[in-house]
Design a protein around this ligand. Sequence first.
Ligand SMILES: NC(=O)c1ccc[n+]([C@@H]2O[C@H](COP(=O)([O-])OP(=O)(O)OC[C@H]3O[C@@H](n4cnc5c(N)ncnc54)[C@H](O)[C@@H]3O)[C@@H](O)[C@H]2O)c1
Length: 399
Amino acid sequence: MMTKGGRKVVKKTKLAVIGVGARGKGLMTNLARMEDVEIIAVCDRFMDRAEAARDTALELTGLSPRLHKDWHDVLDEPGLEGVIVATPWYLHIPVTIAAMKKGIRPGSEVGGAFDVQDCWKLIDTYEETGTPAMLLENRCWNRDAMLVTALAKAGLFGEIVACSMGYMHDLRKQVGGDKDPHHGRVREYLERNCNNYATHPLGPCAKLLGINRGNRITSLVAISSKAAGMADYVSRQPGHPLAGSSWKQGDITNVILTLAHGETIHLTLDTTLPRRYAHGFFVHGTRGMFNGEKREVFIDGMHDEEQPSELDNLDSFRDQYEDPIWRTFNPDDNAAHGGTDYLTLRAFVESIQKQTEPPIDVYDMATWKAVTPLSEQSIAHGGHPVDFPDFTRGMWLRR
Ligand SMILES: NC(=O)c1ccc[n+]([C@@H]2O[C@H](COP(=O)([O-])OP(=O)(O)OC[C@H]3O[C@@H](n4cnc5c(N)ncnc54)[C@H](O)[C@@H]3O)[C@@H](O)[C@H]2O)c1
């Protein structure tokens, strides 16, 4: 912040948003409310969406971002410092790479890669250009996950042996294109069978187990159930355009990752059957565990297996172990994803302002996104183990 004639002048970080569907518009709105950010451009292949995003920015800030239909043009915006990539998954890596080549910092939305080679291209581009990129994995700022990570790092669970988490969210309306027939997930579920959303559950587990920072994933196995949920769902919607389609994506996909120090991570994708939203977060160590279904911390010697469960006792650990970020941050009741979107975007903006590496960097992005194509390979071969590449080229030991 600077002062001019006694007035406070806040230097604004110039950002653009590519893909202003439901998610991109939400992120843009969050950013437009920040006093140290200016949205200078928005882009969507549908101009009415770009115009709606522009109108929201104008209403919130009094400034009107320029509109683009072609994302390449956004990267030629003068003074652009960072770009949010909120398109469907197939564009995340191409836009991220193109932005890095122009010296513009990309913040990519979550979702898997198509090909492991694309993940290597992310690494090569970063190492050639030196432009940092961030994966906007908002679950890493989940308050409970951060607290449980602090308990694990403080040793309360002893030596960690296994973690699990899932993306368990009934997406049948989105996948069926009921809300928007152009929605990016529609084709994915018709054409592919993989864990397409592994970054959501992997992010918090990777932070807890130090993946790419002293630990790494060495192998993966994946199994998918049959795909019955979408066919049943669309068959019950009269006149649904996808009735009779054959869906490739299995309803429940399980991935197990093995790490260099012997831990396992179990990731579940469960998005096409009826259910309530859940994270399914479990952490298990030699001295205790966290059971996310009950929000229960169980410590050897402190809790007794013979006694009734201490449901929801996680909060009793807050005073001592709460992450500093959540001691001061107080999201309002309407904050998207409980405030985690705001915290993720602040980390992105502040890494640009301070010219630092973002907390989820290009090595994490490549690693977490690679679970998708590697799980696809494993599933296609009946759950065969697949070697996991070391995207850090050996640096995981020293990072
Ligand atoms: N982190 C989270 O909690 C969270 C939540 C929801 C969605 N997401 C992710 O955000 C991304 C966007 O999600 P969505 O639900 O808005 O998806 P979507 O498929 O509805 O929309 C993305 C937008 O990108 C636009 N688009 C598509 N191709 C384009 C192109 N070539 N050029 C410019 N614009 C283009 C579409 O028109 C659409 O408006 C996805 O990657 C999704 O996985 C993340």
